[in-house]
Design a protein. Structure first.
Length: 297
């Protein structure tokens, strides 16, 4: 375990303790979320090393690494996942008709299969060894390791996607430099992250499931993500709300609070969270950011 010495966004060491959540999902271990007083960025501490953090993912209930379909929660998750895949495809088609796509942290690879079926040149990278092997077999094409990114040619991808992955990456500044380098001048980087300024984040506090310590190392708002991207000559050109995420996160949060009717209460507060978007009081529980390289004249 290590403790953050400097903010990855502004390099300040002026922090305050923000919350004291536990790993409610798996180990019940205590962690902390600190906030940078200078830029507002929030981060988990202490941070497990890249080798040690692997054990925090080794749960059969970690849905992004599984096709498990038993129980009401998982059945609903899989149905919503299929709807989201189609929506993601339509979104990316509006920015790039067809070309070369890299999905970093691709999980079981279902997102890439959809693009492969439509004639895209696809590459997926996945950290977890078991998930990587499963995805390669399931999808019928090789899923690589994250270190493979170091061998890729500059200016070679039309689209790079990270679906709820950026918050997991230890060497985040190095990776953002690599993504910027790999994008074609007209390419798009698509990043989806939980939004720590959302209504459900404020409502649930330390029980908010999208804090997901220690797997989530960072906790972004649009403002802090914009500041981080600016360091890498990247800028947000559009955003899109992920409305289903409010329900998923709220249901899990209620479960962590040991609510006897966690599913119903989670659906209710997920609905309320999405209503807050309509009246523009809060951002969505999760947000998709469409990002391009900055244009220099």
């Amino acid at each position: 375990m290590t403790h953050t010495q400097n903010c990855i966004v502004c390099n300040s060491s002026n922090f305050i303790k923000f919350l004291e959540p536990k790993d409610y999902f798996f180990t019940d271990e205590q962690f902390y979320i600190y906030k940078c007083n200078d830029c507002g960025f929030k981060f988990t501490t202490p941070v497990p090393s890249p080798d040690d953090i692997v054990r925090y993912y080794k749960s059969a209930n970690y849905v992004s690494h599984s096709d498990k379909n038993k129980g009401l929660f998982f059945k609903v998750y899989q149905k919503v996942k299929n709807i989201n895949l189609k929506n993601k495809y339509k979104l990316i088609q509006s920015y790039s008709v067809k070309g070369k796509i890299l999905d970093y942290g691709c999980g079981t690879g279902d997102f890439l299969r959809l693009f492969k079926n439509h004639g895209w040149d696809c590459k997926g990278l996945e950290q977890d060894e078991d998930t990587r092997a499963y995805a390669s077999t399931k999808q019928g094409f090789e899923i690589g390791k994250p270190t493979d990114i170091e061998k890729m040619q500059p200016d070679s991808y039309d689209v790079i996607t990270l679906w709820h992955v950026l918050e997991h990456i230890h060497d985040i500044n190095t990776k953002l430099n690599q993504f910027e380098n790999l994008l074609k001048p007209s390419g798009v980087l698509v990043i989806a992250v939980p939004n720590a300024d959302s209504f459900d984040a404020r409502h649930y506090g330390k029980y908010w499931a999208a804090y997901d310590v220690p797997r989530h190392l960072y906790h972004f708002s649009q403002n802090t993500l914009e500041q981080l991207l600016k360091k890498h000559q990247l800028e947000i050109i559009a955003t899109k709300n992920m409305l289903f995420d409010a329900f998923y996160v709220s249901i899990l949060s209620e479960k962590y609070m040991k609510s006897p009717v966690y599913f119903l209460k989670g659906v209710f507060w997920g609905f309320v969270s999405n209503l807050k978007i309509i009246n523009k009081k809060h951002p969505a529980s999760s947000t998709i950011f469409i990002i391009k390289k900055k244009t220099h004249f």
